[in-house]
Design a protein around this ligand. Structure first.
Ligand SMILES: *Cc1c(COP(=O)(O)O)cnc(C)c1O
Length: 375
């Protein structure tokens, strides 16, 4: 049988299995020491004072919005070119997601498009670092300062990415990372909020735990909280993976270099990922831009699938999903760059275990399909 290449695949060894089994044999399946250890080393490596593990990236984002006091009547500026949770977490709080179009090269929010979206209701900018590389933070921070806006980072795709040498997750009031199996590392389901603000930290600890007081001077259950905790099995998986995160990303970097080698010469058909010199990419995905096609990328996806190669046309622009059209009146043409990228971007199989022979096969098939579709 021919080989099948999924677009993403987690990397689990006996070490992870032993760590999870160890937890299962211990006294704590939740609220135990492994989660605390995971939080501690995560915060240290990112360079934040505190980390709070959550049940998913999405629940972490919900709490980040709540802790920033986002509520009905508020607007939060973010990118339309992202995973749906980046927009939904704003809606969870009754606020309005306001989009600013993207940079066609990095696929991240274009700082030049932010200022024109600011109104008296704007309260925060939710910066997303897409596919594993940082958005252009300096001008974003400048705009936020000038207009007194909170910065929150959706770093769900960018664990250990850096901007000008500084880790993403340390640029705003809080930031959220995610560990779904298609990310740089996994906990099955899980997320991590980081902050260096002690008061926000205490609020996160309380909010993820039913609103139970964290500060002893408060009364029990003073606020509405949730159960957004991470369990100890997930934390054991996460701790083990995070200890080797640099190695995991180095492996991905090598695979990206192989893709670049085989795809780089075909500039008439596609563009390989663009990384500005000030960015340290953390390689969640390998995303190319297809050029000179009369259609969107769907025939390419279909034909690759027939050849055992699974690819994903991430992302559809958020503003065109029914919820966003119906609730906020967004429509086609509102964010033309994001819409164009949605039709031309393609993420390729990208996981540890892919060898040069595999990349050669995948890229060979891709190039022949693109040539055929073009002529
Ligand atoms: C994965 C992801 C999330 C949500 O993470 P989950 O852990 O799947 O809830 C949020 N934002 C972005 C940009 C993501 O890629």
């Amino acid at each position: 049988m021919a080989k099948y290449y999924p677009v993403a695949k987690h990397y689990i060894t006996d070490e992870e299995i032993a760590a999870v089994t160890g937890v299962l044999k211990s006294n704590f399946l939740s609220r135990g020491p492994v989660g605390q250890e995971f939080e501690k080393i995560f915060a240290e490596k990112i360079g934040a004072k505190y980390a709070v593990a959550t049940s998913s990236g999405t629940t972490g984002l919900h709490l980040a919005m709540l802790a920033a006091n986002i509520g009905p009547g508020d607007e939060v500026i973010t990118t339309p070119f992202t995973f749906i949770a980046s927009g939904n977490c704003i809606i969870f709080c009754g606020a309005k997601p306001v989009f600013a179009d993207i940079d066609p090269k990095t696929f991240n929010i274009d700082p030049k498009k932010i200022e024109e979206k600011i109104t008296p209701r704007t309260k925060a900018i939710l910066v997303v670092h897409i596919f594993g590389q940082a958005a252009d933070m300096d001008p974003i921070i400048e705009i936020a300062k000038k207009h007194n806006l909170i910065i929150i980072e959706d770093a769900c795709e960018a664990t250990t990415a850096k901007y000008k040498g500084q880790s993403v997750g340390t640029f705003g009031e809080s930031a959220v990372f995610a560990f779904f199996p298609n990310k740089q590392m996994t906990t099955g389901e899980g997320g991590m909020i980081v902050t260096s603000d002690q008061k926000k930290y205490e609020l996160f600890m309380s909010l993820r735990n039913h609103g139970l007081k964290f500060d002893p001077s408060e009364q029990d259950y003073t606020r509405l909280g949730y159960n957004y905790r991470m369990n100890e099995m997930s934390a054991a998986l996460g701790l083990t993976q995070f200890k080797k995160i640099d190695w995991l990303i180095q492996k991905k970097r090598e695979i990206a270099a192989l893709y670049n080698k085989f795809l780089g010469p075909h500039t008439d058909l596609l563009e390989t990922p663009f990384t500005p010199g000030h960015n340290t990419h953390s390689w969640m995905s390998y995303a190319i831009k297809i050029k000179n096609l009369n259609t969107d990328q769907s025939p390419v996806v279909e034909q690759l699938e027939q050849r055992g190669i699974n690819t994903k046309p991430y992302f559809n622009s958020l503003h065109l999903f029914p919820l966003y059209r119906d609730r906020f009146g967004y429509k086609e043409g509102d964010f033309p760059i994001s819409e164009a990228i949605s039709k031309s971007v393609l993420t390729l199989p990208f996981y540890i275990g892919l060898e040069e022979e595999d990349i050669k096969y995948i890229t060979g098939e891709l190039i022949s399909i693109l040539k055929e579709l073009k002529s």
